[in-house]
Design a protein around this ligand. Structure first.
Ligand code: FUL
Length: 494
């Protein structure tokens, strides 16, 4: 074989071999692991919620269902302003309330007259869902939809015919607007409403009425890459509060269980409070999403213009959600113009400025990494993998070595106060307890400890310039697989 042939044979073999290129096999996954659609969802971390409907114009949070569509009259709707604000805030996507509990549809539906086509906006030719979806696409944002199962307008709510209507609505939304990254199902169900003029209270059995198995199958068939959110999952679970705060710990594994008095776990019947921390030994990978509004209400109310959360409050929420392995779904309600209000824009810019200054640089880059143990003593699993910004590479130890430590020696003069830890998610959540020490006055001193790591664990403390950082895996259900240990400095508060 001549040299050229030999070289190309080697190149061919290298191209075929999977990463990491090593004879030391990777660890086996532990417990439930994320599906490919969930892995893509984990990359998003922070995205926005848009609550917009007739409520915006009637100053309500829950419309009764008898609102006249003519009240829906944004004066200067601008989807690009909304999507632009989300991009500036560092968001990866937007989820729009296609239909809230009042039943008014933000898209011209062939299934009802209770929609934007009956409003004066754009002379009845408008489509909020399309404009937002297209603005997202133009700006590289993912797009998702909220479709309220409860419908206080529909005459058949509570009867089988409404479930057919609900599924047909889903079909319109999931076939007409391109790729959808998340489908959001609220747990609020049944109660009083207009119901086609009946004006009465209707109760449904949330575990059986909607036939969720069929509805979930429909979403899978129409948008196989979409994650489905509800208090039940099946892909993403509610964190159990509307404060944007995940539990500490917040395990990705979860077994949705029915509340007392309910027989079946389904959207609206689960023990929502258990979603806050999840279950260490949960049966399924159903990570938490923490939803919260930038204002007190979910919809825009002029009376709340001075009650917008401050940049520092938003940053705290980021650490309490993304920093605990959940995602942060931050609601930005469009105002009566159909744009994000200037006060919200200012708060979001301040929020982004702090996060950008914190995370723009990884102060661990250039550090020397060493570890007490490395899987098979092979560099493919070496400690420097936590520094490369690549979540597909990780530091791992041999099977059965659940306690281990990794030391970073930082280049001189680095001042920091934030640490970011991540596990390699395709191998499941392995770490049960970790601690971090710093080298101070000639000895190791513990500055932090915790339990879950999972998708991400952020730690924030006092600014310091300790030159050495030691991560200790104190307890793990299987040998650790740590994808990231990065080091950051928040801008000092004035
Ligand atoms: C709740 C709803 O009842 C609120 O109106 C809002 O949509 C929030 C995100 O979910 O359960």
């Amino acid at each position: 074989m001549n040299a050229l042939l030999l070289a190309s044979a080697f190149a061919f073999a290298a191209a075929l071999s999977p990463r990491p290129q090593t004879e030391v096999p990777p660890p086996h996954p532990h417990g439930p692991v994320p599906s490919p659609r969930q892995l893509r969802w984990h990359e998003r971390e922070l995205y926005g919620f848009l609550h917009f409907t007739t409520n915006t114009f009637t100053d309500r949070e829950w419309g009764y269902g008898d609102e006249d569509p003519v009240v829906f009259a944004p004066t200067d709707f601008d989807a690009d302003q909304i999507a632009g604000v989300a991009v500036e805030a560092g968001m990866a996507g937007l989820i729009l309330t296609g239909k809230h509990h009042d039943g008014f549809c933000l898209w011209p539906s062939a299934l009802t007259d209770h929609d934007v086509a009956a409003s004066p906006w754009r002379e009845g030719k408008g489509d909020v869902v399309r404009e937002i979806a297209e603005a997202c696409r133009r700006r590289g944002l993912a797009f998702g939809v909220y479709l309220s199962p409860w419908d206080r307008h529909h005459a058949d709510y509570g009867r089988p015919a409404y479930v057919d209507y609900f599924r047909a609505q889903l079909r319109e939304l999931l076939t007409g607007y391109g790729p959808i990254f998340e489908v959001w199902f609220d747990g609020a169900n049944g109660g009083d409403g207009y119901y086609g003029g009946a004006r009465e209270t209707r109760r449904i059995d949330p575990s059986t009425y909607y036939g969720w198995d069929e509805t979930i199958a429909l979403v899978r068939a129409l948008q196989p890459d979409a994650c489905i959110f509800s208090d039940f999952g099946p892909d993403v679970r509610w964190v159990g509060n509307e404060d944007g705060i995940a539990g500490d710990p917040c395990w990705a594994a979860y077994t949705p269980l029915p509340r007392d008095g309910e027989t079946v776990a389904a959207p609206g019947t689960t023990r929502t409070w258990e979603g806050t921390s999840g279950h260490r030994d949960g049966e399924r990978w159903i990570p938490a999403e923490a939803d919260v509004s930038i204002r007190p209400g979910w919809f825009y109310h002029a009376a709340e213009d001075e009650a917008v959360k401050s940049p520092a409050q938003l940053v705290d929420l980021y650490y309490a959600s993304v920093g605990r392995g959940a995602s942060l779904l931050l609601n930005l309600p469009p105002d009566r113009r159909g744009q994000i209000h200037a006060n919200d824009v200012a708060a979001l810019r301040g929020f982004r400025a702090i996060l950008a200054a914190t995370f723009a640089a990884d102060l661990a880059r250039g550090a020397r990494a060493s570890a007490s143990a490395v899987r098979g003593d092979h560099p493919a699993y070496g400690p420097e993998n936590v520094l490369d910004g690549d979540l597909d590479t990780y530091w791992a130890t041999d099977d059965g070595v659940a306690q281990a430590s990794l030391v970073l020696e930082l280049p001189a003069g680095r001042e920091w106060n934030v640490l970011s830890l991540r596990e390699h998610l395709p191998l499941g959540q392995r770490v049960d307890q970790w601690a971090v020490d710093v080298w101070r006055d000639g000895a190791w001193a513990e500055i932090a400890h915790g339990t879950a790591i999972g998708a991400r664990r952020l730690w924030r403390g006092e600014h310091q310039s300790a030159p050495k950082i030691r991560l200790r895996i104190v307890q793990a259900a299987a040998c650790p697989a740590i994808a990231e240990l990065s080091v950051h400095a928040e801008p000092r508060r004035p």
